[in-house]
Design a binder for this molecule. Sequence first.
Ligand code: ADP
Ligand code: MG
Length: 357
Amino acid sequence: MISIKHLSKTFRNPDGSTLTVLKDVNCDIEKGEVISIIGPSGTGKSTLLRAINMLEPPTGGEIWVDGENIMAKGYRLDKMRRKMGMVFQSFNLFDHMTVLENLTYAPVRLLKMTEEQAQAEGMELLKKVGLAQKADVFPASLSGGQKQRVAIARALAMHPEVILFDEPTSALDPTMVGEVLSVIRQLAGSGMTMLIVTHEMRFARDVSTRIFFMNEGVIYEDGSPEQIFEHPVRSATKAFVNRIQKLVYEIDSESFDYLQIRTGLSQFCLKYNISDKADKAYQLAKEMLFEHFRGIRPLTFRMTHAELSGQTALDFMVEGMTESPLPHNEAVEKLRTRVQDIVEEPTARGFRVKLLI
Ligand code: ADP
Ligand code: MG
């Protein structure tokens, strides 16, 4: 359905310098595929999506859509745009129109639908995304998650053959990520062809038929979710999918700023969508630092979270120790019942006690 050959994009800055963002992108996308595009920021994921629908005209290569080269002279871009919907990180709704008007505007003008038909279809789509009751309000009164669901419904109103999503959940409060992902998941199930740039690894793994790992301006590795997430071939892919997020505190006295730690832990949990673990993490950290490891200073306290596996840990590292600093007493035995596991292990420079939570 879409075939991309040797696509490149070089930006020319006002000072005359240039930046090549897409170097040589090649891929074929079949009807019904759900492709998640993952990769470090700044590697050209957004530029690729914007190039595919010519919002950002490429500087070289070819893009074929349904057998036509859309970069060829004379090709009418509105024909291609009608086939492709796009959903942006920042929603881009028309703020001066009601929710339903957002959905009927383009179909009436571009597809020459009657107002009645567009409204009937618009209401069906709003039902599908759970927002029929919001048809007559303005976007300003909606939450971020609701705005994004309206944006998805608006894209669907044009009967696209493919929808491009550029980090649809990145601008959302973590509590609203789920409702948007579930709408996208539902669409994937219905057979819609989709390209989704996302940082949500587990979602990408669950919902996609194929994953593109972008790095350094190319599709560095592509394959099934299983291949990319479980058996990546190239080391940069492996490092990216297995990356672990960390929050680190150096604690060198008894009078450390535990309120700062509390705030840090809750923000970290919010950011990685594990707010359900925040209270537990803080209670355990407090107990470790004030009781079990009292007097053991300096130590390095870290909270880690592996996005793909979902594994979260609190670890406490003490330099220069050869044995576990964790005392053998009743309080520590009780602690064992409140965590998934306690790992006590020597490291290159000391000893680490890790609580898996
Ligand atoms: P990603 O979506 O993977 O984070 P982008 O495609 O947004 O990456 O950007 C890739 C690189 O291209 C970045 O270094 C960015 O600064 C640069 N870039 C993007 N758009 C423009 C532009 N319009 N002009 C100049 N540079 C740009
Ligand atoms: Mg981007």
